[in-house]
Design a protein around this ligand. Structure first.
Ligand code: NAD
Ligand code: MG
Length: 390
């Protein structure tokens, strides 16, 4: 039996995790749930799964959560450290980290420190703090099993293989909704167009990241930390059908790939079932319906975010954290209709180049210095487009 904390249970990955838990009641016991603002759904989930505790990170919503759960025996944790408390609640042995953005860093660290299994969807944690998380996991014995479909594919290809026999990794990318579109028309792209992903149905932030290819850039950084390979051994190929989820090329010339329908329930379930496979099949490929699997080179001129991510991880230090925070802020501004689509990479690039002259008060990477750089990068992104803090 896995005793599971689901951080971000009201989101796309969180709700799919609970769909699996509903089908696997003998294998999954839900111990804690967290949400940011969707009280109604969190209450519904708490009434169904009866966790021991829940947390909502928006302080002003905590009282209504308490009232709604009065008499159920479900404890409502404090808003401040609620994510961390949920990740380390008594009895938890597995943490599904499905919050979005660098808000997940401290909770991921707490789960790693506790030596739990982490089913990691929150790639931003590794992008920002891989330098801290990976050595800590080695010390504590925490198992980090990726939920991101590409990394789950690589992880599955590597079962039984020696790490020394890998030549390179190939991350596949759908290319997003603007693959092939003329880059000089990107400034006219609307929020609605960018939110219409061709193959995956996901939360808003990752959907915009997929449209700019920043998502693939973040995934290159995530792969760097998870699989401990030099950046030049992590390649990206555009594969619009999203059937091959990623590949590993070995030194003997052999290539292994993992295939399946674009359905996140499979990698979520595998992160919980590993090393086993559970019988619950979510969806599978109908080969008679597939006409072709195609591949093309990513267009780094049209989609500079992927190039910026490669540059940031090659530079190391605070660069990946700055890239991530500036991107999170730029995506928020785009979703609020404050900036155009093509401003996203422009802002990230300018903030990255400005960050050289803006060291945090410490040059050592710690959670505090990372969080200082994160705040600086968000502020600078807003300043550059004339948006004031409100
Ligand atoms: P989402 O927006 O649908 O859900 C995010 C969840 O995090 C919600 O439960 C929300 O309440 C919570 N949350 C939001 N802001 C928070 C904050 N500041 N503090 C605490 N909690 C907060 O996002 P999603 O699509 O489920 O993505 C979650 C993570 O999984 C992301 O890191 C994303 O990159 C990754 N991921 C998602 C998919 C997918 O198919 N959705 C695929 C691969 C990886
Ligand atoms: Mg992915």
């Amino acid at each position: 039996m896995r005793n599971v904390a689901v951080l971000g249970s009201t989101g796309s990955i969180g709700t799919q995790t609970l769909e699996i838990a509903r089908l696997e009641r003998d294998r999954i016991n839900i111990v804690s749930l967290t949400a940011h603002s969707n009280v109604q759904l969190l209450v519904k989930q708490a009434r169904e799964f009866r966790p021991t505790c829940v947390s909502i990170t928006t302080e002003s919503l905590r009282d209504s959560l308490k009232i709604e759960l009065n008499g159920t025996g479900v404890e409502v944790l404090s808003a401040g450290d609620g994510l961390i408390d949920a990740a380390t609640a008594p009895g938890v042995d597995t943490v599904v980290c499905a919050v979005v953005g660098s808000a997940g860093v401290r909770a991921t660290m707490a789960a790693v420190n506790a030596g739990h299994r982490i089913a990691l969807a929150n790639k931003e944690s590794l992008v920002v703090a891989g330098e801290l998380i990976i050595p800590l996991a080695r010390q504590s014995g925490a198992e980090i099993i990726p939920v991101d479909s590409e990394h789950s594919a690589i992880f599955q290809c590597l079962v039984g293989e020696d790490a020394g026999s890998i030549d390179h990794l190939v991350l596949t990318a759908s290319g997003g909704p603007f693959r092939g579109r003329a880059a000089d028309s990107f400034h006219t792209i609307t929020r609605e167009e960018a939110l219409a992903h061709p193959t995956w149905d996901m939360g808003d932030k990752i959907t915009i990241d997929s449209a700019t290819l920043m998502n693939k850039g973040l995934e290159v950084i995530e792969a760097f930390w998870l699989f401990n390979l030099p950046v030049n051994q992590i390649r990206v190929v555009v594969h619009p059908q999203s059937i091959i989820h990623s590949m590993v090329a070995f030194k003997d010339g052999s290539i292994k790939a993992q295939l399946g329908m674009p359905d996140m329930k499979l990698p979520i379930q595998y992160a919980l079932s590993f090393p086993d496979r559970w019988n619950q099949a979510h969806s599978t490929v109908d080969w008679t319906e597939l006409s072709a699997l195609t591949f093309e080179k990513p267009d780094l001129d049209a989609f500079p975010c992927l190039r910026l991510a490669y540059e940031a991880i090659s530079e190391r230090g605070f660069a990946p954290a700055v890239l991530n925070a500036s991107n999170e802020q730029a995506v928020t501004l785009f979703l609020e209709n404050e900036i155009g689509f093509s401003m996203i990479p422009e802002l990230v690039e300018r903030v990255l180049s400005d960050s050289g002259g803006e060291p945090s008060s410490s040059t050592t990477i710690t959670l505090d210095s990372l969080s200082e750089m994160d705040s600086w990068a968000r502020r600078r992104t807003k300043e550059l487009c004339g948006v004031r803090d409100h």
